[in-house]
Design a protein around this ligand. Structure first.
Ligand SMILES: O=C(O)CCC(=O)C(=O)O
Ligand SMILES: [Fe+2]
Length: 309
């Protein structure tokens, strides 16, 4: 789904980036290690009092591998899944310069029970990720916004909640089109594109949010640390596995990076055949997804060319 359906060549959406199992592993990781209000001065409800917000960064995930709360495999999945997002964004926008992560955040927004009556606010107000939205609808790229960010993408991990649609917005903050989250769906866009999130009215909405820069000065150093640590720390440090059967379930989550790479390609292929995926009002057109799939096919080659770490 690209320019035609989303109203701008600076936006796209695609499906099948990661599997249900991988979505679940990432959601569990958030459950085990996220911090309330992470990224927002630990304010538990930074955008609306009717939801709580829990975030997990790469650096916290790394710490949690050290202390045995998160397994190396899951930490690797955090890195890999986000890398798929980065590579797809590079491919879709035909970028000639590589993107580097500026920040990666595994976040869940949870509706506060008993606080949803007559709710008019948003889960995330309309904004641009690298600019300050003005009253006249323009968005000015200046401090204190994250001016280094060029592109953003959000990979959704579930759809079993009420509300929580992502939307692209006009300068007057009205919604232009909605995208309904579901496991493996990604939305990518130029960071200046205005967007927001509708109220999450019931349940928990989880996503892997990624912001990319072309400026090496802003490269997310935590990823380098994470990769080093994954190579060093023995697997048995992970003490949080309560039973053997839980352990074997975890084992099947992601066997190896190679396997998950294959799964991504395979899943992208599946997206081609899953016609008419429901994106609230819109559907991803199979033709557009084909285009994304073709663009995505060289992901592994591309990864070798300019490996992020
Ligand atoms: O979760 C989403 O769909 C979007 C979140 C977002 O726009 C942001 O965190 O900047
Ligand atoms: Fe945003």
């Amino acid at each position: 789904m690209g320019e035609k359906e989303l109203g701008s060549n600076q936006r796209f959406a695609a499906d099948g980036l990661i599997t249900e199992e991988q979505c679940q592993a990432l959601i569990n990781m958030n459950q085990e290690g996220a911090i309330g209000g992470d990224g927002y001065d630990r304010r538990r409800s930074p955008h609306t009092k009717s939801e709580t917000f829990d975030g997990l960064t790469i650096s916290r995930a790394t710490e949690l591998v050290h202390v045995g709360v998160i397994s190396k495999k899951d930490a690797q999945l955090f890195l890999d899944a986000s890398d798929y997002g980065r590579l797809l964004v590079e491919k879709y926008f035909n970028l000639t310069q590589p993107l580097h992560f500026d920040y990666t955040h595994l976040v869940c927004r949870t509706a506060v029970e008993g606080s949803q009556e007559d709710r008019q606010d948003l889960s995330h107000p309309v904004h641009g990720d690298n600019c300050e939205l003005q009253a006249d609808g323009s968005c000015i790229r200046r401090f204190p916004s994250y001016v280094q960010r060029e592109y953003s993408s959000i990979m959704y991990l579930n759809g079993d909640f009420e509300g929580g649609e992502f939307f692209f917005a006009h300068g007057n903050k009205s919604a232009q089109m909605y995208i309904k989250p579901k496991c493996g769906r990604i939305v990518g866009f130029n960071s200046a594109e205005l967007h927001g999130v509708k109220a999450v009215k019931k349940g928990k909405r989880c996503a892997l949010a990624m912001w990319y820069t072309m400026d090496l000065n802003f490269k997310e150093l935590a990823r380098i640390e994470a990769k080093k640590m994954i190579d060093k720390v023995p697997e048995d440090v992970h003490r949080n596995l309560k039973t053997k059967s839980e352990e074997s379930t975890k084992e099947t989550k992601i066997q190896s990076k190679e396997k998950s790479d294959n799964e991504v390609n395979q899943k992208e292929g599946e997206a081609l055949t899953e016609k008419g995926q429901n994106l609230t009002e819109d559907n991803i057109s199979p033709k557009e997804v084909t285009a994304i799939h073709e663009k995505g096919q060289n992901i592994n080659e591309e990864q070798k060319l300019h490996e992020e770490l």
